[in-house]
Design a binder for this molecule. Structure first.
Ligand code: MN
Ligand code: MN
Length: 469
């Protein structure tokens, strides 16, 4: 009897997908490597709340590692490292391969914009002796999550004379922060009856920025607003109309932190998608002389549909690849047609508290390694590129060959909702592409949670894709 049972067990091991949690099978030293890798990731996350800052910080890392600014029409050699910045909001890092662009390029594309609350073009007002900014949220947020928490202001103002002023307030604990208030529970009987999506009105996401009027004997109104504007003028030399030519964003003021007694998790703002951007960036940095030219592209505007000239629907990356192709004497479209891409984006981690939203057999899990998502989209596979069996097979072999811990992941139950990534825009360029990324708990919340092991496995996957596929 016992022997027969063992045979069944053996057969199961041979034929079934392993049900053992990946984290149990990882060597101690790999976990230690993961923890170490994540210390630098936490720095990256804290320095990259909005896309412009993510570009600057990535550029700093790139320059420290020998990347030089791209020059069109220059002939590059194997091992050359170049960066190319799109309007300060997206950055491409290329490592030239032995074969250059001849057999296509390897692309890893992540996005560095995250859901947040932007200021309106005419934001400043005063109401009952309190000063506020009016806002317009950016990306898919649950509005109630962004109230009653410390917010920091990040962004850029362009003055009438063309000079640019960068503004960052609220990151340092000694600086002031800002806050969107909410109604006290005692008076919220009516609000509590509303549907969650309607409980906080978009037009009520106004952020409190001051309460002291300018000291004066004049009988004038709007003195709190005037006082705020005076402070801003003294500090940044701006006037109210300068808000019109500005990109100012409110993001959570809190710093990235370890989560859990075992410190296995990281909580922070903007894991979606910096948790893929950083590993893809480090894969480029640590790649020396690959076979094919490798390009890590950190793009903008994914959270609002990839539109605009800094989003993935723009021709920026296509033109960059055409330029590299031209320098090699190749046709750009032929290079694209032979290229392969990892669309580096997050997926929803299975959350046992909300288990009914997921389909357990095809959900992705915390600590189960990097996720391949064959498709995203919604309903009957709308709005997605569905990676081919052949390409899935290639990526799967690459992960296995390199001993990378990986899993598959669908976003959630088929009929319950959905979401997309940049993969479909890459596919439109006639490039093979599949989504590969990290599982996130509380995705799009001001404090998202990921696993340290998963971040490290993502890095190993991008590195293997460039160097050992
Ligand atoms: Mn994303
Ligand atoms: Mn997102």
């Amino acid at each position: 009897m016992a022997e027969e049972k063992n045979m069944t067990k053996e057969l199961k091991e041979k034929l079934f997908i392993s049900s053992k949690p990946a984290v149990c099978t990882v060597a101690e030293d790999e976990l230690a490597e993961a923890d170490k890798f994540c210390e630098a990731y936490k720095e990256f996350l804290d320095n990259s709340p909005v896309e412009r800052e993510a570009v600057e910080y990535s550029l700093k890392i790139a320059k420290e590692n020998g990347f030089e600014e791209f020059e069109a029409d220059k002939k590059y050699n194997a091992g050359d490292r170049i960066y190319y910045i799109n309007r300060g909001k997206a950055i491409a890092l290329a490592v030239i391969g032995k074969n250059g662009t001849k057999n296509g390029v390897r692309l890893s594309i992540a996005h560095i914009d995250s859901p947040r609350v932007d200021l309106k073009p005419n934001p400043l007002y005063e109401d009952n002796n309190l000063a506020y900014f009016k806002t317009h949220y950016y990306g898919g947020i649950k509005k109630y999550q962004w109230t009653v928490m410390p917010l920091a202001l990040h962004g850029t103002v362009v003055k009438l004379d063309g000079t640019k002023v960068d503004i960052t307030v609220g990151v340092d604990e000694n600086e002031p922060c800002f806050c969107i208030t909410d109604l006290l529970p005692h008076l919220a009987r009516e609000q509590a009856q509303k549907k969650m999506a309607q409980a906080i009105d978009g037009e009520n996401l106004n952020v409190l920025i001051g309460s002291r009027p300018l000291r004066t004997d004049d009988e004038e109104g709007e003195l709190v607003k005037l006082n705020v504007m005076k402070i801003l003028n003294e500090k940044y030399g701006i006037v109210e109309s300068d808000f019109l030519s500005a990109e100012l964003c409110l993001v959570p003021a809190q710093k990235t932190r370890d989560v859990g007694f075992d410190r296995s998790l990281i909580g922070g703002y903007g894991h979606d998608d910096k948790v893929c951007a950083y590993p893809a960036l480090m894969a480029a940095v640590n790649t020396e002389i690959p076979e094919a030219t490798c390009i890590t592209y950190l793009t903008d505007k994914e959270e609002t549909g990839s539109d605009g000239n800094t989003g993935m629907q723009s021709d920026f990356l296509r033109y960059f690849i055409y330029d590299l192709a031209k320098a090699d004497g190749e046709e750009g479209y032929r290079v694209l047609s032979k290229s392969k891409c990892l669309s580096a984006d997050v997926n929803a981690a299975f959350d046992p508290i909300y288990a009914s939203a997921y389909e357990a057999k095809n959900a992705s899990y915390i600590n189960a390694g990097v996720i391949i998502s064959k498709y995203t989209g919604h309903g009957g596979k709308y709005d997605t590129s569905d990676a081919s069996a052949e390409y899935m097979g290639e990526i799967r072999s690459m992960l296995e060959k390199n001993g990378i811990i990986w899993q598959v992941g669908e976003l959630g139950k088929v009929d319950i909702g959905g979401g997309g990534t940049i993969a479909k825009y890459v596919a439109n360029m006639n490039v093979d592409v599949v989504d590969l990324g990290v599982a996130v708990l509380s995705m799009h919340a001001p404090f998202e949670i990921i696993s340290k092991l998963d971040v490290y496995e993502a890095y190993r996957a991008f590195y293997a894709f460039y160097n050992n596929m």
